[in-house]
Design a protein around this ligand. Structure first.
Ligand code: PLP
Length: 441
């Protein structure tokens, strides 16, 4: 029962190094955040030890009276945090993460080889929204379901709802997904709903990226129009690495005879989670979700989310002032996409040089990119640095670091040709580069 630093110093040294990396670098990956101490305490609690297959009150193992209390509390807070009426919405808090949660939803409502339409990955969608290339079905969601992705307008960068509506009429999907991993504008859920209603599809919103903003009311809520909503809990929501599935209950529609057609999602979704695709729930994570959702209802959390958006807008406008192109011309949310095509620098090179100066971000395709393997942009997000207390004046410094880093990358790239530069090697060879790199650290 010794501490990990006593029982396994080799591993603990690595953990310490990662902690230093997190402390010393600028975390601009849009999907990451620094969670709170109560969340970390729940994750490392004794709740981890318990098996509890099933739902509260209906378990396949004994000894679950307190686990039931934890899960019921997480369910109640999930509904409260998003202002949902328990008569209209049900919730499952057992999904292990965002990708399994999405697969569980398709399993429940699309049936094998059912048709789904999500935003294409190179246009800002997620792998689990049915991603495939021209030659290969990449994601299991495109292997086990029939996927026809929709796109953004390559000129404006905004979702092309008109073409989605036209294609939905031809493809007749069972599910349309409103959700993004790299898209900086508020989604038009009303329009999605109309398109779904025209073809009799479910509207499934994956709010993984924006859940914190939705809880704080700083971006439109998908719940107004959706049938099913999933979210991860570890991104802007600042909770543990886990997911939640929300599903509609009650009346779905009125049929031609004037009769009420009821939703039948509750048992389908709960069964898709367990026993469909999972076994024992991770009770430590469920407790961590519960405590994160308590925090998400505080005035401080609303203020935090407002600052996340202010910071993202400031980052976008600051980079624009330095001549960088931002996809769609700006942002409504916590993230932005820098389009490097006018700077002649690839997304991979930008990611590498920024990593070298302790700024973490990720390369990303921009609207109209031909190859997802060699994207022309990079994605930035402000949830993590805002958790660390960054406000506008700090963002101005971040803009300056990024700009100086990219200019350095351009200089090095001109010297070494188009292949990805090994900056450390260059620094060894040329002391002037070494000076520049360390000056930026
Ligand atoms: N959905 C969206 C919109 C995402 O951006 C992500 C992850 O980035 C996921 C789902 C998948 O979440 P996870 O990485 O927890 O499987």
């Amino acid at each position: 029962n010794s501490n990990v630093w006593e029982s396994d110093p080799e591993l603990f040294e690595i953990v310490k190094k990662e902690k230093q990396r997190q402390l010393k670098s600028l975390e601009l990956i849009a999907s990451e955040n620094f969670t709170s101490l109560p969340v970390l305490q729940c994750l490392s609690s004794c709740l981890h030890n318990k098996y509890s297959e099933g739902l509260p009150g209906q378990r396949y193992y004994g000894g679950n009276e307190y686990i039931d209390e934890v899960e019921l509390l997480a369910q109640k807070r999930a509904l409260e945090a998003f202002n949902l009426n328990p008569e209209e919405w049900g919730v499952n808090v057992q999904s292990l993460s965002g990708s399994p949660a999405n697969f569980q939803v398709y399993t429940a409502i699309a049936e094998p080889h059912g048709r789904i339409m999500g935003l294409d990955l190179p246009d800002g969608g997620h792998l689990t929204h049915g991603f495939m290339t021209a030659t290969k079905k990449i994601s299991a969601t495109s292997l086990f379901f029939e996927s026809m992705p929709y796109k953004v307008d390559p000129e404006t960068g905004y979702i092309d709802y008109d073409t989605l509506a036209k294609n939905a009429k031809l493809f007749r999907p069972k599910v349309i997904i409103a959700g993004v991993s790299c898209y900086s504008r508020a989604l038009d859920y009303k329009r999605f709903r109309q398109i779904c209603d025209d073809v009799g599809a479910y509207l499934f919103s994956d709010m993984a990226h924006i859940a914190g903003l939705v809880a704080a009311g700083v971006t439109p809520s998908p719940f107004v129009y959706s049938d099913v909503v999933t979210t991860t809990t570890h991104k802007s929501l600042r909770g543990p690495r886990a997911a939640i599935i929300f599903f509609k209950k009650g009346v779905r529609s009125i049929n031609a005879k004037g009769e009420k057609v009821m939703y039948d999602l509750e048992s389908k979704i709960n069964q898709a989670v367990f026993p469909g695709l999972q076994g024992g729930p991770h009770n430590n994570a469920i407790a961590a979700i519960a405590t994160a959702l308590k925090q998400a209802q505080s005035p401080e959390f609303i203020q935090y989310q407002k600052q996340v958006v202010v910071n993202a807008k400031r980052l976008a406008s600051g980079l624009q002032e330095r001549g960088y192109k931002i996809a769609t011309g700006g942002t409504d949310v916590h993230m932005l996409l820098v389009d490097l095509r006018n700077v002649k620098l690839s997304g991979a090179k930008a990611e590498k040089i920024l990593e070298d100066i302790s700024i973490a971000c990720n390369k990303n395709t921009v609207p109209g990119d031909k190859s997802a393997l060699n994207p022309s942009g990079f994605r930035l997000g402000t949830p993590a640095i805002t958790t660390r207390g960054f406000v506008e004046k700090d963002i101005d410094k971040v803009v300056d670091f990024i700009d100086r880093g990219l200019k350095l990358a351009l200089e090095i790239s001109a010297k070494s040709g188009p292949k990805l530069v090994d900056f450390n090697r260059l620094a060894e060879e040329d002391s002037s580069f070494k000076g520049k790199i360390s000056a930026l650290r």
